[in-house]
Ligand binder design. Structure first.
Ligand SMILES: Nc1ncnc2c1ncn2[C@@H]1O[C@H](COP(=O)(O)OP(=O)(O)OP(=O)(O)O)[C@@H](O)[C@H]1O
Ligand SMILES: Nc1ncnc2c1ncn2[C@@H]1O[C@H](COP(=O)(O)OP(=O)(O)OP(=O)(O)O)[C@@H](O)[C@H]1O
Length: 729
């Protein structure tokens, strides 16, 4: 261990956090690292991460550490100004939080700014990359200043990366610490309605819900809807973490947000093991039976064995396995998959295990966060039926549902099928509506109209009164009337205007060049993953720039694989795929978030992916997918699901592709954004190929359905509704 690392460990609370200390050591040991005047720069770089991770209690402790480190590394300041008493450092934790909004960007450098992308991407002014005609837009900086700025940006990026590492470590620890258990009410009063009164929710300094009050009626199914980034997920988290008052102490709340941790336990056991009482009783039964057999202690053990067996029957312990299996099967697990260790499943499938556990546990309040995003159409239809059917059974208890559910979802059909009520998060308030999504949408529209009409009428009335007052103000005969108008005017209360959300536009740029046919064609293509079964055989088709189709098919049949073959990320095992060398593709993968560098801001990310442009270009491109200037500067791990999707859209369209390959593009997007996507795709002049189970998106954007079945792909002659019926049957 280096001396620096040892010093860090010695001065940290409880020896510090491994990841954080490694990071801090690597930062300060960098020969280019500058401590700055009285360790100012060092504080900038390491104080936030050390304090936020709990390694050091406050900035004062970090300042002392910085001074010790500087002396250890022999980087004392020449004038020796640094030996003052320890006190609060010049930089505070809020500086660090400000960094979550990105490092200093060029817009903040005023006229002295060099070409922004050169700095964003950490390159080039030094290499003399200015293009002709651009000189008038900025004053050329001295190379020394550019280097300094570049270093600042690099340092800021390092801090962002450390913050992200800490965030991930914390999320992992929280996930490990979560215990999901079937709780049985030991004679206490069953949980009925839940009243949440006067609560507020914020995240990273953003106020998301302000002084809201709602009642969750027992066994109702609530759809929680609202624009991307309004705070739905944050609200559910706060509810699950017990941060909102009003949830009774005996109310079990379960939030299905993250997949289960992968280990050697099978999917079926991962579900069954949530019933701790059952597991313990079964184990005890085994021990008792064995003792009876081996030691013959009948008189001593019979009583306990009888009690254990009675309780096992009471809790339907022997029916649990078939119940767990039927849930997993509904979520598209085959028998073989149920016995497979969870560590062998992808994130999406482990998410389904988490969902299966929650359905098995039947908590008093179940919180589902965009459940349909992880499911294939078959599983979505099953879940929909499961929640409705079980709800109608009512009453709860083993086998029944009848518990309260809040579902965050942007899937209109799903919300309509399942929800009894809608909770709308809008303008930092929560409003409850009876009925399904469509009823809510109509009612909300009416409320907006009515409130605007009432406000307009009020305004007109006010204007009339003012006119009267002004006209007769000096008329003694009308003095009483004027006085009464003034009083009435004072008494007039403001009419609350419900603002509609501003409309979105998604702008898919039109390619500036054309590609002549043949654009893309499959000739006798076969495909199998190494060691896997053959997924496609003898596939032949062509795609032009006017093609618009959705690939449909049951789960695991090969839809995403087909998109991979079309895009060239997968090679056929036999046959040939022709792709015009001029063809540019824009690919939105189902797991697009995995491709984002979450420690960066959207601006930094675009500049890294496509260097050599002005900051304003990146900004306006991000804006064309609804990313505001604020969001463009926020580190991406702090963005909501829908906000991250927008960054992916911005990235894939930067090159002005001729063909869009979209795998579940509407997942995470709010309904208005899906509408913007529909309009954007309609206006797009190029090919659109998608995999989706979003009925509205499919019906409004593609001309054909291509169904994958029996190792081949064929045009399906019928609507998506027809296809759904076929899948259900
Ligand atoms: N550090 C931060 N600084 C500023 N804003 C933040 C920070 N962290 C989170 N936020 C904001 O808080 C909000 C959290 O959104 P949340 O994920 O709860 O929204 P959501 O309604 O679930 O969105 P979606 O529909 O896209 O899933 C987002 O707008 C996000 O940008
Ligand atoms: N990289 C891989 N290596 C091996 N097998 C894979 C790989 N990716 C997918 N598979 C398998 O290939 C089959 C087809 O997968 P694919 O993801 O194309 O199906 P899909 O129809 O898109 O499914 P979904 O609806 O779940 O997205 C599945 O059985 C899957 O387990």
């Amino acid at each position: 261990m280096s001396e620096v690392r040892a010093l860090l460990e010695r001065l940290s609370v409880d020896g510090g956090d491994e990841t954080v200390l490694e990071y801090v050591a690597s930062v300060v040991e960098d020969p280019d690292f500058e401590f700055g005047h009285d360790c100012e720069e060092a504080m900038d770089a390491i104080a936030p991460v050390l304090v936020d991770s709990g390694c050091l209690p406050d900035d004062a402790a970090v300042l002392q550490l910085c001074r010790s480190l500087r002396s250890l590394l022999g980087r004392e300041e020449a004038n020796g100004t640094s030996n003052g008493a320890a006190g609060p450092g010049p930089h505070t934790r809020s500086d660090f939080h400000a960094l979550e909004r990105g490092p200093v960007l060029m817009g903040e450098l005023g006229d002295a700014a060099p070409h922004p992308s050169d700095l964003l991407s950490g390159r080039a002014l030094i290499q003399g990359r200015y293009q002709e005609g651009e000189e008038e837009e900025f004053t050329v900086m001295r190379p020394k200043d550019v280097l300094k700025l570049r270093k600042q940006n690099e340092r800021a990026e390092k801090v962002q990366r450390a913050a992200f590492a800490v965030h991930q470590a914390q999320a992992l620890a929280a996930m490990k610490g979560k215990r999901v258990t079937v709780l049985r009410n030991a004679g206490g009063t069953a949980v009925r309605d839940i009243h949440l009164e006067r609560f507020s929710v914020s995240n990273g300094g953003a106020d998301l819900i302000d002084d809201a009050t709602i009642t969750l009626a027992h066994a109702h199914k609530y759809g929680l809807v609202g624009r991307n980034g309004t705070g739905k997920t944050t609200f559910l988290r706060a509810l699950a973490e017990g941060e909102i008052k009003g949830v009774p102490a005996n109310c079990q709340v379960l939030h299905v947000e993250q997949e289960v941790m992968g280990d050697e336990v099978s999917a079926l056991d991962a579900v069954l093991s949530t019933d701790l009482e059952r597991a313990e009783l079964l184990a005890e039964e085994q021990v008792l039976l064995q003792a009876l057999e081996e030691e013959g202690r009948v008189a001593e053990l019979a009583g306990r064995l009888e009690a254990v067996s009675k309780r096992l029957l009471e809790i339907d312990a022997y029916g649990a396995e078939s119940r767990a299996a039927s849930i997993l099967s509904g979520l598209s697990f085959t028998k073989e998959m149920m016995d497979r260790p969870t560590q062998e499943f992808s994130g999406g499938w482990r998410m389904r295990v988490a969902l299966a556990r929650a359905l098995f546990v039947e908590p008093d309040l179940l919180l589902l966060d965009e459940p349909t995003n992880h499911l294939d159409l078959h599983a979505v239809l099953w879940l929909q039926d499961y929640l409705i059917r079980q709800a109608h059974l009512g009453g709860g208890g083993v086998g029944g549902w009848g518990k309260t559910v809040i579902i965050v979802s942007h899937a209109r059909e799903f919300l309509n099928a399942v929800c009894t009520d809608i909770v709308h998060l809008h303008a930092r308030t929560l409003t409850q509506y009876k009925g399904d999504y469509d009823i809510f949408a109509r009612t909300f529209k009416d409320r907006v109209k009515t409130s605007q009409a009432a406000a307009a009428a009020q305004e007109e009335k006010r204007a009339h009164m003012l006119e009267f007052i002004n006209k007769f103000r000096y008329n003694a005969n009308r003095a009483a009337l004027v006085q009464s108008r003034i009083k009435a005017l004072e008494r007039m209360t403001e009419v609350e205007v419900i603002e509609e959300d501003p409309s979105y536009v998604f702008n898919f740029p039109t390619p500036t060049d054309l590609v002549s046919p043949p654009v893309l064609g499959f000739t006798d293509v076969d495909f199998a993953y190494p060691g896997g079964p053959r997924l496609f055989r003898d596939i032949n088709f062509g795609i032009g720039l006017e093609s618009r189709f959705a690939i449909v098919g049951p789960n695991g049949i090969g839809k995403s694989t087909m998109l991979g073959l079309i895009s060239g990320t997968l090679e056929p095992t036999k046959g040939f795929i022709h792709r015009n060398s001029k063809l540019r593709l824009g690919i939105f993968s189902q797991h697009h978030v995995d491709g984002l560098d979450l420690a960066l801001t959207p601006l930094q990310y675009l500049a890294k992916c496509y260097p050599g442009h002005k900051e304003q270009e990146y900004r306006s491109h991000l804006a064309s997918f609804g990313m505001t200037a604020e969001l463009a500067k926020q580190t991406m791990y702090t963005l909501s699901g829908g906000q991250k999707s927008r960054v992916s859209f911005a990235k894939l369209t930067w090159t002005k592709p001729h063909m869009l390959l979209l795998d579940e593009p509407s997942n995470h997007l709010d309904l208005d954004a899906v509408e913007a996507l529909v309009q954007g795709l309609a206006a797009f002049k190029g090919a659109v190929l998608m995999v989706s189970h979003d009925q509205h998106l499919i019906e409004s954007t593609v001309d054909e359905l291509w169904a994958v079945e029996d190792n081949t792909i064929n045009v399906f002659h019928g609507t998506f509704e027809d296809y759904k019926k076929r899948l259900k049957s």
